[in-house]
Design a protein around this ligand. Sequence first.
Ligand code: ADP
Ligand code: MG
Length: 356
Amino acid sequence: MSTVLQLSQVTKSYASAALDRIDFSLPDNAYISLLGPSGSGKTTLLRVIAGFEEPDTGSILFHGKRLDGVEPHDRGIGFVFQNFALFPHLSVAENVAFGLRNRKVDPVTDARALAKRVQDMLSLVGLKGFDDRAVTQISGGQRQRVALARTLVTEPKMVLLDEPLGALDANLRGRMRSELKIIRERCGVTFLHVTGSESEALAMGDLVLVLDHGRIAQAAASDVIYNRPATAAVARFLNCYNLFAGNVVEDTFVGQAGRFPLNGSRRKAPQPAYAIRYDRISIRTRDAALSNDEVRIEGDFIASEYSGAAVNSFFALDDGHVFEVESHLSHARPPAFVEKDRYALVWKKEDALVFG
Ligand code: ADP
Ligand code: MG
């Protein structure tokens, strides 16, 4: 697989470092998710790649060529903004034609050629027949498609999307995920999709980059990120791990919430963290037997939440933290737990992750 974009030691500081020695390579013809909480530097990273900002240090290679000093419109990189940024006084077709007619390099002025390109693009994004509509008279999902078409019509060699689904309601967001993937496959270029949603990042990315305080904390396939988060911060962003702070003493992790025997895989580090995924935990009565390879903690049942194929149950631990357990209904429907009753929460030693 060839590389489309390569960043080496890219740093950008405002009052403090927004991007801190960013290194990564992106494959051509792929869907890449960039996940990070608000303020982690996602937008800054896209703006630096697009050329709206220059990095303080480091280099960016696009198809093997350095981008330093290249104007944004000369980079061959498209940008889709979160708020769509459409021209409200122009129709759907005029919005899409705008970029093509007005671009600096090779503008398309022939009316028939222009109309054909716009038509092709509207079909590609599923907006055939919407040409003359005002962009104020279409739905949010349709506006998103217009924004995408307006970028794609200029035939960028890569597309940057800044939280493209953030302004849509939950229902539409789900549908647009698969739409975006299909549209990208049709164009055959790399999409770099920024999101604060872990489920969106994991569902969409062939490769997922995780940004934490301006640094790439992990770059891997979804299943690797999900099963093997590289740091406690990545595990926290994923929203599917119970995390404990504490210390490793001999072969035991000692935290405020309890002592967890380890699997011989101890890790010495200044501030270790212990993580166990919500769906790797079983809920038992307090007198249930425990086998040698298991770890146990007790908690008072708070409530359960049903969500389609799973039920999530919440327990209050003695140190005040809330502990979450996800039970998949395909296994067996968990019994109804009694509020404020105490239960044993059990997992296998080998399923826990200990971070340095
Ligand atoms: P994200 O998109 O992940 O929410 P941003 O890239 O917008 O994060 O911001 C990263 C950090 O850089 C934040 O601390 C933000 O306040 C700061 N920042 C971003 N843009 C500017 C700017 N133009 N001037 C000063 N600080 C900025
Ligand atoms: Mg942002």
